[in-house]
Structures are given as C-alpha cells and as structure tokens.
Design a binder for this molecule. Sequence first.
Ligand code: NAD
Ligand code: MG
Length: 410
Amino acid sequence: MDQTIRTNAPAREATPHIEPGPGGPRRLVILGATGSIGQSTAEVIEASPGAFTVEAVVGGRDAKALARMAIRIRARRAVVADPAGYRELTALLAGHGIETGAGPDAVVEAATVPSDLVVAAIVGTAGVLPTYAALEAGRTIALANKESLVCAGYPFMETAGRLGGRLLPMDSEHNAIFQCLGGRDCSSIERMVLTASGGPFRTWGANRISAASREEALAHPNWSMGAKVTIDSASLMNKGLELIEAHHIFDIAPSRLDVLVHPQSIVHGLVYFQDGAVTAGLAPPDMRIPIAHCLGYPDRLATGVPRLDLARIGALTFEEPDMERFPALRIARAALDQGGGLPTVLNAANEVVVEAFLAGRIPFGDIPRRVGAACDAAIADGTARKPASVVDALGVDHIARERTRASLAS
Ligand code: NAD
Ligand code: MG
C-alpha cells in the first residue's frame, strides 16, 4: 500500500531561502530532526548563520515538534513518517511556504532530494531504508543511526564503495577515531579502542543491575540522549553496537577492536599505530562537537560548547569492561566475531526488548537474556545468514523481531 501523502505545490516564495551555489551554503537533509541529535544539529546550524540551507526535515510521529523544527531552521520540506500526523503537520505549516508530506515513501523522497549532506539520525531499524536510499542516490551521509550498520553493514559498505559514497561518522567514539586517523587508511593501525562511560550501573552488582528500574536506567551520568540509546548505554549494548559499527565504517577486523570504560567521557576513541604511538580524540561529552565536525567537514565550524578544562577535571580514569555484570556487551561482541547475519538478529531483538523494558513489561536483566536467546535461536535454525542486500537484512531483522515479540507474549 502506498502510504505517501503529498501536498499541492507549496508557496515557496513565502519564505526567502538562500540559493546554494559553489562555495555557498551547504544543503542539508535531517532525518530524525525532532530527536536529541536533531535538536543538537539545529543548534550547530544556528551557530553558523548563512552556512546551511535545510532542504528537508523528517520526524517519526510528533507533528507539532516537527513543524516547530521546520519553522525554526527554515526547512523547505517537512515529512512525518506516521501518515496520521499529516493533517496536523500541514495545518501547522500553512502559510510558511514549507512543503509537507507523510508516509514511508515521502520519507525516502525527502532523504534523496538534492543535498550536500544527509544527517541520518532516525532511531533504530526505521532509519535503515531512508539512510540507504540517500546513500544509493550518491549523497554524503553523516551517520548517527548506528543501527543501519549493525542491521545491514555489508550491503551499506558495499554500496558506499561501489558508488564512491561517503559515510561521515557522527557517533562520538567513531568521530573521534575518524579525527585520529586524519585521512589515513587502516594499514598502519594495530588497534582501535572505543571508550564507554560505563553508564549509570558501572559500579552496581549484577543482581541490582538485573532489577534496575526504568528511571534508574534512563539516568545517564554524562550524556543526554533519546530513550533507546540511553537504555543501550546502561546495558552496554550500545558499546557492542558501536564495535559492529566501527568494524564496518573503518573496515577493521573485529580482533583489532576493543572497549575501555572511561567514566569521565572525555577521551572518546583511541588509535594504536604499529610504531607504538597512540592518538586519542578528546572533547567534552557534547554531541554538538561531532555534529559540527560532520556538518563542516573538512572545514571546522565554531561552536559555543563549553571548552575542555582538564585541570578542573583533574583525573581521567580507565578500566576494563566487566562482561559478567554487562552480558549485553559479551553477546554483541560474540555476534561481531561470528558475523554473518548475527548482528542483524542482535539489533532487531535488542530493539524489541528495549521497547518492552521501557513499557514496563520486562525487567532490565531480561534485555541481554532475551537478546542472547534470539541469537542462539537464529544460529540454530540458520536464519542468521549473511545479508546479501538491505532487503535481505530487513528480512532477517523481521524474523528475529517477530520471534522475540512472540517470546514476550508467551
Ligand atoms: P531520539 O529518540 O531522541 O530521536 C529519534 C528521531 O527519530 C526522532 O526525530 C523521531 O521522530 C525519529 N523517528 C523515530 N521513528 C521514526 C520512523 N519510523 N521514521 C522516521 N523517523 C522516526 O534518538 P536520538 O538520541 O536522537 O538518536 C538517534 C540516533 O542517533 C540513534 O540511532 C542513536 O543510537 C544515535 N546516536 C545518538 C546519540 C545521542 O547523543 N543522542 C549519540 C550517538 C548516536
Ligand atoms: Mg557513541
């Protein structure tokens, strides 16, 4: 069923837009514009007046928030993924000269309008198709939606390689490593290390973690983020997803990837070179920094982010992650090592169980247990095959998702 809805021709003249030209404003599309990354992206845009035009913004279902954002950053087009939001979005944007649309096809259309950079910040597997469509259309992607690479890393990287597309890592750890690499390939690199804050349960015992409440899991010590990635950070599944993301985006073997717990979240990533030198990427824990790096790349944008004051912080500490207390990281690491379609299964099952935890249906300790069970089931029946295409990956995702949902119902 075609759920695309589009308005009649918009009154474009009503809003004066700067026409981009060579060396002129950079044209952006923002997928997931109403979320945490979307809001920080808007702040980065506002800190560089005249540097960007916003060709399209996409949101999930909150038409009010999307309309507010479209007006705020003077987007040309606003698309809400949920068709039920179309009427409200169109009513709110009437007279603003902003084209509106709704439904999955309109989302893909928005992702592929001519632009210089697509910020991929939809949460979860919902981000896979629009991000991939933008990549296939030859766009440069600033990738926050790590689930795209966990679900469909092989086809994404194959397409990027074939079309010469570029993926700029926006996730803070990958962005730090990207900056450490300074454009070099990975041939002289021994190891890459992603740091993890350790989340709110870093010092808790296993039983207490298993019984943690929604509020406790949502109380991240260092970062303010959307609910899904915050829960993933509490279980350390987020770091597991990020190892898989790093494997694909930097084309580095799983055995060369490590995690280090670093509670201050100042060092985000480290690169060990073959001569023994180590380069580390430091910044205050503020997503506006990696966002600005991607939006300005290869130039630097100014941000008003408070500057790093190492004397005030005093000490940076590091510790090994505890795979016993945080089994989600062990399960994700195993999925990375095993490869094939296992990361796809891991990602799908995790999304379902995190939603169930947020809805109060399962305890926190069930998150890794049920994701592990989904991976075991997929290995046992052969559904964890290596996806040959994005459609194939979404098929593996669908089976794992349905199976995990069924296990929750029984
Ligand atoms: P969020 O929940 O705050 O925002 C998610 C956005 O996706 C919203 O705009 C929402 O409307 C949109 N969305 C949800 N379902 C959709 C659908 N079906 N179709 C279209 N849009 C949909 O999440 P966030 O914290 O901004 O994270 C976004 C992505 O960035 C995630 O993949 C996350 O892992 C990654 N990331 C976030 C941070 C952070 O600091 N927030 C850091 C690194 C990476
Ligand atoms: Mg991260």
